[in-house]
Design a binder for this molecule. Structure first.
Ligand code: TMP
Ligand code: MG
Length: 207
């Protein structure tokens, strides 16, 4: 039996307009250009899954949900992808997530939900090897254009989320200065990627 190295779980988090989706895609494209099939990109919410469809309809204002029901739908949407993530990593494939449970926690805390309650539903999901925290100055965010049309994309909510996200920082978080050019940020992301230690086994999110 050949022992192959495992894949890594890399999460991109940050506010809207921080460039995280662009950079998550660039990293996946780069890794696949080096070695076809070596990385997959997974956005959350994943709107094609059953819970993702409910979330999508909420965000596009087609249906209403209570805050707690919405929180659980976002979390359930991650559980819809849990086995896929674990399987890829075991097969040596890197999983690059555009948002993860940190968005889930930060958005719900920003709405005033209880922290212990909010964290429960993600316990047991794979814990990222690294969380790239995209930090963009308000001036640069403004230059990149206003927030979008969907629910939650208002300046007030974004400011509260920024504050909560700041408080979630842990030892597996790396800050990325997202004010730079796309090319500079891409190089910074690749450097962090190259430093990930994949010798230890993947762990799960704990309380
Ligand atoms: P998107 O713009 O990255 O597709 O995300 C849609 C919105 O969903 C965005 O405003 C962030 C929010 N969100 C949550 O509130 N909780 C979550 O768990 C996730 C993944 C996203
Ligand atoms: Mg959005």
């Amino acid at each position: 039996m050949t022992s192959q190295r495992r894949g890594v779980l890399i999460v991109f988090e940050g506010l809207d307009r921080s460039g995280k989706s662009t950079q998550a895609k660039r990293l996946a494209d780069f890794l696949n250009s080096q070695n076809e099939g070596s990385a997959v990109l997974q956005a959350f919410p994943e709107r094609s899954e059953p819970f993702g469809q409910v979330i999508d309809r909420y965000l596009r204002r087609e249906i209403d949900l209570s805050e707690r029901a919405l929180h659980l739908a976002f979390s359930a949407n991650r559980w819809e992808k849990e086995q896929m993530i674990r399987d890829k990593i075991e097969q040596g494939i890197d999983v690059i997530c555009d948002r993860y449970c940190y968005s889930g926690v930060a958005y719900s805390l920003a709405k005033g939900l209880d922290e212990n309650w909010v964290r429960q539903s993600d316990i047991g999901l794979p814990r990222p090897d690294v969380v790239l925290f995209f930090e963009v100055s308000p001036e640069v965010a403004r230059q990149r254009g206003g927030f979008g049309e969907e629910r939650l994309e208002t300046e007030t909510i974004q400011q509260k989320v920024a504050k909560k996200m700041e408080e979630l920082r842990a030892d597996n978080w790396k800050s990325v200065n997202a004010d730079g050019s796309y090319d500079d940020v891409e190089l910074a992301v690749r450097k962090i990627y190259s430093e990930i230690d994949r010798t230890a086994p993947l762990t799960s999110l704990e309380k």
